[in-house]
Ligand binder design. Sequence first.
Ligand code: SF4
Length: 134
Amino acid sequence: MGITLRPHHLLCTQGYSGKGYSDTFVENMNAVVAQLRGSKPVKINLTFSTDDLCGSCPHMRGVDFCETNERVKRFDRKVVEYFHLEEKEYIYQELVEKIHKEVTPEMLADICEGCSWYSVSACREKIISRNYSQ
Ligand code: SF4
């Protein structure tokens, strides 16, 4: 069936450093990220709505309804526009490869503006280098 991911979570799953909104959120994020960062190709369904990570988040209020909807929809929109994404099935590792080829530090600064995790998790370094062990 694959994992459901919203566009900006393509970046969060690369930048993630083990910190999150709650224990339940972190537990779920750890499990999802462990799969996605493995070498085995993982099918994902890109959805322009709440996803499998939102499902364990204390900020989710309902389907397609995050407490900070305006902000997270902006993150999603920018990721979709920069990387020309569609709401369909992808292989996560192929998308990460594409993003890695196309992304610049300026794009990340633009997409992630206003996100509190951006500096906490050193996302930029991880996404640019694809070295998740930092
Ligand atoms: S903060 Fe919003 S977009 Fe982020 S995981 Fe939670 S519900 Fe989803």
